[in-house]
Design a binder for this molecule. Sequence first.
Ligand code: GUN
Length: 284
Amino acid sequence: MADIIDGRKLSKALNQGRVKAGAAKLSRAPGLAAVLVGADPASMVYVKRKGLVADRVGFYHRQVDLPVETTQAELLRVVEALNVDPKIDGILVQLPLPAHLDSQEVLDTISPTKDVDGFHAVNAGLLAQGRARFVPCTPLGVMRMLEAYEINLSGMDAVVVGRSDIVGKPMAMLLLAANCTVTICHSRTKNLAETVARADLVVAAVGRPEMVKGDWIKEGAVVIDVGINRVADGSLVGDVEYESASRKASFITPVPGGVGPMTIAMLMENTLRSAQISQGVEPF
Ligand code: GUN
């Protein structure tokens, strides 16, 4: 049976430890602005949770709720105002945006120095070149979990299932920088099962419930499940078949309580670091 990687416990330790302490040392509290367009229920839950954690670690937090019919120009103006707001160190625009909006243009309008999600083209480019400034929170949280459980990545065959700009691509970059041999799989991949079966480390980030089957997992592999899918009976499941995978894996992340809380913890770390840089304090 696999050891469970406890993201809830680890994120609490990080938030209540160095993030809270780091924030308390600053003359002005780190400020985080979250922009939510429309009323997608999952996005509302995520944004609310980020606000609660921000409060708990002593940050200033502002949620900007915009109606679903907000135009591109209106949204860009909101972002531009936050870019020059001296109380705000981190800006996040919750994704996905309603279909009529151009997400890429919105993300590229966020000042790269306040881009605590790490989605701006400049930050994506810096990460790809191995000189990251802000790293997207979910893959950063995954790296932090692997580190905390002392999993030695060097030379591992890592398979990332999913190629999104938010998780799959930055995850692959981070694993490459940690000396893994990285394969990225996606919806057109042939032989997905065989590819996953060769992996020492599997990161599943496709957003399809239990799509990665337990019997694909190599004995002793490390399994990281980024998926959070609500299924017909109302429960949450990951992208991996948990029960069967945990019989093969050496380490596995649960859903919920795995990667999710780490994503929020990394958002807090990125926001703290942004505030430290802007206040001339040595970032951690
Ligand atoms: N939607 C899903 N994940 C994320 C995230 O990490 N940040 C933002 N802004 N939106 C998301």
